[in-house]
Design a binder for this molecule. Structure first.
Ligand code: HEC
Ligand code: HEC
Length: 258
């Protein structure tokens, strides 16, 4: 395959491009046909047209909130669109939009909730140092709007059959580790009131020296590490949230870092 790819002439590459484009045009045509078809059957109110109408009606703040909700892995604990079902310890967010005020919701996101050293229970992490005021207000707008469906908010796909380190690099983004520990595990996100003043890197000699076995890394991912109350950011408890296979893949990825 590699040999084949290398020997592809420009003409062949262009032909391939035309084929791909034709494929897309065909797929689009098919989708168009499917939509038209559903329309006819459903008398003009198919679910497809409802979904696009809903998305068009979403304000920029609500749309941004929906993306932030996925980017910061809120959806990994609270379920897609905050519908719950991930862990009995993490509530659904579908009713807090009406039961809590903007101020209450902003405070919970900034300061966390139920933070405890009990390693078997996940808690609501402290986000105030990590998420900007604009992002928090977008998240609140999204929750207040009833966490509607917004297009292109799927979490990053996890490559299958390419080994645990590749899967782990995608999981590092999907679970939002990257927001706190930085790209490539380089750290550097400020955590001013913590002893280190910054969220630690997951690479480098100090990290490797202290976390020198898979078991030690797995333990801190599962049980977190509460280093103080808000506004100090602590390591969330991911036990009961991240399945064992994903923890193994995350560790394989961390071991590839500098
Ligand atoms: C590691 C898992 C986890 C992540 C990630 C997480 N949460 Fe939470 N969240 C929780 C838990 C657990 C609670 C319940 C805490 C309690 O009641 O003691 C909670 C509670 C909440 C509440 C209050 C719900 C209520 O019924 O009072 C809101 C609002 C909330 N989270 C929003 C968010 C948002 C927004 C994000 C993303 C920025 C987020 N959460 C990310 C675990 C998580
Ligand atoms: C809300 C921010 C936040 C998120 C999200 C987060 N961490 Fe952490 N993590 C921390 C903080 C803060 C510490 C330092 C805890 C301490 O010093 O005891 C830490 C510590 C760690 C450590 C131990 C390193 C050390 O030097 O103490 C590992 C390993 C780790 N995190 C892995 C992960 C992985 C994997 C993810 C994603 C599944 C993740 N973290 C998500 C904040 C976060």
């Amino acid at each position: 395959m590699a040999v084949l790819r290398r020997s592809l002439s420009t003409a062949a590459a262009e032909a391939a491009l035309v084929l791909v484009t034709l494929g897309l045009v065909f797929a689009a045509g098919l989708a168009g046909w499917a939509i038209g078809h559903t329309h006819r059957q459903g008398g003009g109110t198919s679910s497809t047209s409802t979904a696009s109408a809903t998305q068009a009606a979403v304000s920029p703040a609500v749309a941004a909130g929906a993306h932030t909700f996925v980017q910061f892995a809120c959806s990994q604990c609270h379920g897609p669109q905050g519908r719950g079902g991930v862990s009995p310890d993490v509530p659904a967010l579908t009713s807090v939009g009406s039961s809590l005020t903007v101020a209450q919701l902003s405070k919970i996101i900034d300061h966390g909730l139920g933070e405890s050293k009990n390693p078997t229970k996940p808690y609501m992490p402290v986000w105030g140092e990590v998420i900007s005021a604009t992002q928090v207000s977008d998240l609140v707008a999204y929750i207040k709007a009833g966490l509607p469906a917004v297009s292109e908010t799927d979490p990053v796909p996890i490559p299958q059959g390419q080994g645990p380190a590749v899967a782990g690099s995608a999981l590092y983004i999907r679970y939002g580790c990257i927001n706190c520990h930085g790209p490539n595990g380089l750290g550097g996100v400020p955590n001013p009131l913590s002893p280190d003043k910054t969220i630690p890197p997951l690479s480098g000699q100090d990290f490797r020296g202290e976390f020198n076995t898979d078991a030690k890394i797995a333990a801190v991912i599962r049980s977190g590490s509460v280093i103080g109350k808000a506004p100090i950011v602590s390591m969330p408890h991911w036990g009961g949230i991240i399945p064992q296979g994903d923890v193994t893949a995350l560790i394989a990825y961390l071991k590839t870092l500098k």
